[in-house]
Design a protein around this ligand. Structure first.
Ligand code: CDM
Ligand code: ATP
Length: 292
């Protein structure tokens, strides 16, 4: 039996402006992150040996490149003492490469869970800095609050956007984040916005025009969803989301969604639920190991 089972929810970029490019090629962004109550599930089990291992419901992700494994190893290497081994099972529900930050959320849940299980004396700033080594979206999941982000995602200001219902659609295409950021036609000079002066109407996702052109299926899905609700791309895609006032309307639109796409309905959240759950979790007796 797992010692601890925790959520790794998705994020949406409620808007995404590209305001410049750094000398190393990375892009400076202004973006508003919000979480939704739908995501992957991670189960943690202490091992008798000192090994760190993973398993995943999606076999193609059972590799050394999995961000969960990388996060666990990063934390173990930084620890002053040797630690009990751990097995982590990832139940994947989020599409990968979808702009929902699934891999980043899995990594953040791993960092937060292992800090708790291994009782490591690291504060949120230290954990978020470790997270940034794994991916630009990891810090916001570690800090656990909806946020306006600048830089590549490391400068975060807590935000309290409204929490509507969303219909999130995956139009069935995979989009690699680097391929969009490298594209010569990506607009890179959005005039900086003065936070908190934002509204849905005065913001957009700067990747959307390019992604629509390169991936006609995304354009088709956006054109379909906008008939039901204000809609937008998240991250560099491929997922899109529509904003609804209530769950009933979001579910009604999901029912009518063309069968070639997949989708889910979820509520916007301004706190990452893993943080709430860990606050309530009791301290673990590290001698309580289970062989997996
Ligand atoms: C688009 C967003 O999802 C918005 O939340 C994120 O900025 C992307 O975050 P991510 O998937 O964690 O991306 P990373 O793994 O950090 O970066 C993947 C690649 O995308 C490009 N990249 C990423 C973020 C950024 N601000 N500028 C970039 O140019 C870089 O070539 C980088 O090598
Ligand atoms: N635990 C994981 N879950 C999903 N993908 C992972 C994981 N670990 C590593 N990856 C790799 O990361 C890539 C991007 O996955 P992810 O789901 O984070 O993308 P994304 O939703 O587009 O993220 P973002 O919004 O941050 O761009 C995948 O194609 C996969 O190869």
């Amino acid at each position: 039996m797992a010692l601890l089972t925790l959520p790794a929810v998705a994020k949406l970029n409620l808007f995404l402006h590209i305001v410049g490019q750094r000398a190393d090629g990375y892009h400076n962004l202004q973006t508003l992150f919000q979480f939704v109550d739908f995501g992957d599930e991670l189960s943690f089990q202490l091992r008798d040996s000192s090994e760190i291992t993973i398993s995943c419901s999606e076999p193609s992700l059972e590799t050394d490149d999995n961000l969960v494994l990388k996060a666990a190893k990063l934390l173990a290497e930084a620890a002053p003492q040797s630690l009990p081994g751990i097995h982590i099972h990832i139940e994947k529900k989020l599409p990968f490469g979808g702009g929902l930050g699934g891999g980043s959320s899995d990594a953040a849940t791993t960092l937060l869970a292992l800090r708790h299980l291994w009782q490591l004396p690291l504060n949120d700033d230290e954990l978020a800095a470790m997270g940034l080594q794994l991916g630009a979206d990891v810090p916001v999941f570690v800090r656990g609050q909806a946020a306006f982000a600048e830089g590549v995602g490391e400068y975060l200001q807590p935000a309290q956007p409204p929490c509507p219902w969303y219909l999130v659609i995956h139009p069935g295409v995979q989009i690699s984040t680097p391929s969009i950021f490298k594209h010569p036609d990506l607009p890179r000079q959005h005039p900086p916005l003065k936070w908190p002066q934002w509204s849905w109407e005065n913001t957009n996702n700067d990747c959307e025009v390019l992604v629509r052109r390169l991936y006609p299926e995304v354009a088709k899905a956006l054109d379909w969803l906008v008939e039901y609700a204000p809609s937008r791309l998240t991250g560099t895609g491929a997922c899109i989301f529509g904003r609804f006032d209530n769950e009933t309307d979001a579910r009604a639109a999901l029912q009518r969604m063309p069968a070639q796409w997949t989708g889910f309905v979820a509520r916007g959240l301004n706190e990452n639920p893993v943080c709430q759950q860990l606050r309530q979790a009791s301290t673990v007796n590290l001698t309580n190991k289970t062989e997996v």
